[in-house]
Structures are given as C-alpha cells and as structure tokens.
Design a protein around this ligand. Structure first.
Ligand SMILES: C[S@@+](CC[C@H](N)C(=O)[O-])C[C@H]1O[C@@H](n2cnc3c(N)ncnc32)[C@H](O)[C@@H]1O
Length: 285
C-alpha cells in the first residue's frame, strides 16, 4: 500500500536529503506502558488474520487495514500524512512499522532452522514493527523488549499482537516491555530502576538499514546494548532504491569500527538480494 519515496534526479535527491536532515527532529525514546483497557480488550476475528508463518506456529496478527482504520479514527497525523502520500516512510514521522516486511520472514525462518537458544534469553526486537520476530522469541520462552520508532505502531499493532497470541496476558506481559522513539536516545535509556543499562543476549533487527543517515545510531545500539557473548542478527536488502541504504554499507561501518566479527549467514538465491548478517564481539587476545 505504502511505497518508499522515489525521485528521478540524483542531485535533487542529495540536496533534498541535506535540507531534510538539517530540519529533522527525532522523537526521544521512552517506555510504553500497557494499559489495563488494552489487557482486557477482546478482539473480533475480523480484526486479525491467523497466519501459519512458520511450521508449527500459527500467529494471530492484527490486520494492517484495521490498524490504519483505528489510527485514522484517532486522527493520527503522521500515519494519515504517510497514507495520503502513499509512502512507507516519512523520515522521523512514520518509519514503516505497520506492515510485515519481507526480511522479517527470512530472519524468523533462520531462527527456526538454526535452533537458536531462546530459553530465558534477554532479547531485543529492534525496529520491531508488527513484532513478528519478538513474538517468535516470546513463544520460545525469552524475555523480550520490543522497540519501534512510532508509539502508534507499538500501541495499535505490536502490543495487540502480543496479547492476541497468549491466553495468559498478565503473565506474558511480565516477560516483555515496549519502547518507542529514536535509536539515538534508546541507547541511553536506563532500566526502570534507573541505575543501569539493560544489555541483551540477542538483538534482532529486520529492514532497518534503509536510511544511511541512521546507520551510526542503529550500530550504537548493538555496540552498547549487546552482552559480551551476545549475538546480533541483521536482516536487510542489499540496496534500498530511493532511500540509499543497504546491507554492505552497514557491514562496512561495523567492520571499520573493529569491535565485532561480521559474517553473512544467509542469502536469498533469486530476486532483489536479501541477507542476514551475524555479529559477535571479537575475543580479546
Ligand atoms: C521498514 S520497518 C521494518 C519493520 C519490521 N522490522 C519488519 O521487518 O517487518 C523499519 C522499522 O525501523 C524502525 N526505525 C527506523 N528508523 C528508526 C529510528 N531512527 N529510531 C528508531 N526506530 C527506527 C521503525 O520503527 C520501523 O518499524
């Protein structure tokens, strides 16, 4: 429905980008509390679709039309603006989290096929959107933090998707937390007891590397929030037409910093190239 914006002329595009960057205000990160009325809400079967996304796992996921409808009713300016522009992306306003992107299927499939250990692990679904990857981790008994830029996405899609897939809602909510806002300030967000940063065993991110202006902020989350023996998995396309980012650029940034070992652990065979990068901290010798 939405599309990444296209522009014909490369010079115009660069000029446009510089102008926009100087005026962009990124929203600060904060924790999103789940309200009692959300916990008690009953969903009608028309509100969601049941998808057999992975063998043996049927996930109930809020339909994006339903989320859009609710946000329109609430006059949610960012989403209404994105929809009116037929755009998947308005930098710092709407970052595309209402629908499930291709690479999150790749990453979830990879997690299933490679028997990643989830039991009791502390997981971050970074730029989670609908939260499919975090849901996989929750179903496999992890403690999951879901992070998305848009609070609207967290409230109308991510939280409902968690609640829809667990009968004991109170109990699953003890295993998850939700955050919105920019990666730049998310990195510095302290835990609710106020005195230490949370660090994760596993950080997953899918389709978040499209904007090269955000690469440093995104990388900093891995650098500062991944445990010493933690694993980061980054799923993305080789190139995002019309936006300029791509997986090689992000890989170069990580390699130049020299802190992580980086390895491509999965590639698709046909169509626009999609990949998964795995990062682990270099061992001190
Ligand atoms: C294209 S969507 C991908 C959503 C989901 N991971 C998927 O694959 O279906 C990109 C996601 O990155 C997040 N994002 C992009 N830029 C961000 C920023 N500067 N700070 C925080 N989150 C950001 C958005 O919240 C958005 O959900």
């Amino acid at each position: 429905m939405f599309k990444f914006g296209f522009s014909g002329d490369k010079e115009d595009e660069e000029e446009d980008k510089d102008m926009k960057n100087s005026t962009i205000n990124w929203i600060s990160a904060s924790k999103v509390e789940v309200l009692e009325m959300q916990i008690e809400k009953q969903y009608e079967p028309v509100d969601y679709a049941e998808n057999l996304i992975f063998p043996g796992y049927k996930l109930k996921l809020i339909r994006s039309e339903k989320a859009l409808h609710d946000l329109r009713m609430e006059n949610c300016a960012n989403i209404v603006e994105a929809e009116s522009q037929h755009s998947d992306l308005i930098p710092a306003k709407y970052e595309g989290g209402l629908k499930i992107w291709e690479c999150s299927y790749d990453l979830s499939q990879y997690l299933f096929e490679n028997n990643v250990e989830f039991q009791g692990k502390f997981v971050l679904d970074l730029g989670c959107g609908t939260g499919v990857i975090g849901l996989v981790a929750l179903l496999k008994n992890s403690i999951v933090h879901f992070q998305d830029y848009n609070v609207e996405v967290i409230k109308t899609v991510t939280i409902p998707n968690v609640l829809l897939n667990f009968d004991d809602r109170e109990s699953v909510l003890k295993r998850c937390q939700f955050f919105c806002g920019d990666w730049g300030s998310f990195t510095k967000l302290r835990s609710s007891n106020g005195d230490k940063f949370v660090r994760y065993d596993l950080i997953f991110t899918s389709e978040t590397i499209y904007n090269p202006d955000n690469h440093k902020k995104l990388y900093e989350v891995f650098k500062q929030r991944l445990k010493e023996d933690g694993i980061g998995l980054i799923a993305g396309k080789s190139y995002y037409f019309g936006v300029g980012g791509g997986i090689r650029q992000f890989q170069n940034l990580i390699e130049e910093d020299g802190i992580f070992d980086v390895e491509t652990v999965w590639k698709n065979r046909e169509g626009l190239q999609r990949e998964i990068l795995k990062i682990t901290r270099k061992q001190q010798s």
